[in-house]
Design a protein around this ligand. Sequence first.
Ligand SMILES: [Zn+2]
Length: 374
Amino acid sequence: MGSAFTLGKIFGIQFRLHYTWFIIFVLITVSLSWQYFPLAYPDWNNLTYWVTGISTSLLFFSSVVAHELAHSLVGRANDIPVKSITLFIFGGVAHMTREASRHGAELKMAAAGPISSLAIAGLFFLLYLGLQDINEPIAAMALWLARINGLLAVFNLIPGFPLDGGRVFRSLLWRFSGDYKRATRIATRVGQGVGYLFILGGVLIMVFFSGQWFSGLWLAFIGWFLTYVASASYRQAQWQLALQGLTASDMMTASCPVVSSDVTVSRLIQEYIFTGGYRCFLVTDGGELKGILTLRNIKSVAQPNWEVTQVRNIMTPVEKLKIVYPDQDILSVLEQMDESNINQMPVVSEGRVVGLITRDNVIGFLHTRSRLGI
Ligand SMILES: [Zn+2]
C-alpha cells in the first residue's frame, strides 16, 4: 500500500506507518487543540489545549496499535503468522502470510480487535469517571478517547469483508456452509454493499443538509474506501487460494543459462533472448556466480546503450540476492520478496542454483489460471 516507514518491533511484529497517518495525526491534533477542547472547556489556557490535544492524538494512535496487536497476538496463538502491520488512515492492516485455515481461528482473530477497542474504551471511561472532579484536562482526554475507541469498535464491526465484522461474518458463513470461497464472496458483496450505502448516505446528506456537507463528503469517502478495500481483499484472497500448497520449485524457471559477466546486452538479446527464448540468466565470472539477470534488468537500459552495456552493470549482484529453497511454499517466497523489495530470487538446492523464481513467474501463473477460468 505505497510508502510506509518502519516504526519498530513489538512482540516480534514489525509496525510500519503509512504516510497518510501523519496527515491524520496533524488533523486530529489541530481539531482537538483548536476546536474541540476550546469549545467544550473554554477556561483552559492555550498551552493546556495543545498539550492535551497532542497527548490525546498520541494515545489514540496507541489505541489503534493495541487493536492491531490484539489481532496479531490472537492470530499467532491460532497459527496465523503476522509479520508486519501497516498503520494507515483508517487504522491498521495486518500482513498475514496466509489466511486462516480454520473458521474458529479466523473468528477469534477478527473479534480480538473490536473487543480490545471496547475494553480500552471502558478503561478510558473509568478514568474519566475517576478524574472528572480532580483533573479536568486528563478527564476530558479520557472521555474523548473512550468515545473514539467505542466508535472504532463499532466501525470495525460492520459486517463487510475485510473489516473485522466482515471477517467474523465470513467465518460464520464458512462454518455453516463449509465453503470458504463462497463465504469470502458473500462477505465481500456485503462489504461492497455497505460501502455503496455509505456513499449514498453521504450524497444524501450533502444534498439535503447543506450545512453538514463536510460530514456527507467524509461519509461518502469512507464508503468509497470500503468498496475499494472489499474488492482488493477479495482479489488477494483469490490469489492466495490459487497459490496455496505450491512451492518454489513448482513455479521457478529451471532453464537459466550461464552467461559471462562481460557479455553485452545487445549480444545477450540477439543470442539468448530472441533465438533461445530465455528469460533469466546466471551471470558468472570464471565459474563463480556473480549475479542474476532477468528481463526487468534489461528493461532498465535504453536501447541505444545496449551495445556498450555489459550484463555485470545491470545484473542483480549476488550480495543483494536472497535465496529460497525448492520446497519453500510460494506465499512465503512472495512475502520475502515484499519484505526485501526484490523481484527475483535464486532457488538453491545443496549449494547449487537450480532455478530462478520471479514475480513475473507468479503473475504469469495467476494469469494463465484466470484465462483458463480456474
Ligand atoms: Zn481490526
